[in-house]
Design a protein around this ligand. Structure first.
Ligand code: CU
Length: 157
């Protein structure tokens, strides 16, 4: 009994040290199954007001979650030019891509057990790690609902 409690204490101390030094955070973005919107931390996107994810640091994770349901969604980075937007591929290093091929990438897809989910509709989770190249705002949208479902990823200032 005594040996057990000492062992538990040692484990707790080690966990505290690990938790304290590991600062990366995950911001979860949900593709709503009630309406055409991204939601995160109680906020929702609209066609006129993008969902804003801010304070992102190198190593943080943006996790796009799309639950099973009637409304399909997907994630793609976009570039804005005046009133129009176009999907861009150079901003996200996707599964299986050589980092040297995309020196301008600001996000990296992780958990690559299959084909990349970037730019496609999917159900489940897409995790994107913030790279140290993220300085400028990165705009994104849903590949299905496009301009009706915008978002912005902002680096910590
Ligand atoms: Cu959508």
């Amino acid at each position: 009994m005594r040996t057990l409690s000492i062992g538990s204490l040692a484990i707790c101390v080690a966990c505290g040290v690990v938790a304290g030094s590991f600062a990366a955070e995950t911001q979860v973005v949900l593709g709503s199954q009630q309406t055409v919107a991204w939601t995160s931390k109680g906020k929702s996107s609209t066609a006129r007001a993008p969902l804003v994810l801010d304070g992102l640091k190198t190593g943080d994770i943006v996790e796009i979650q799309i639950p099973a349901g009637p409304i399909p969604h997907g994630f793609a980075a976009i570039k804005k030019s005046g009133n129009s937007s176009t999907e861009v591929k150079d901003a996200v290093l996707t599964c299986g891509e050589d980092p040297k091929a995309k020196p301008n990438a600001v996000l990296r897809e992780t958990e690559c057990s299959g084909a990349s989910k970037v730019g496609t509709t999917f159900k489940g989770s897409l995790k994107l790690e913030v790279l140290d190249t993220l300085k400028d705002d990165l705009n994104f949208w849903c590949v299905v609902h496009r301009a009706a479902m915008p978002g912005i990823i902002k680096a910590a200032k």
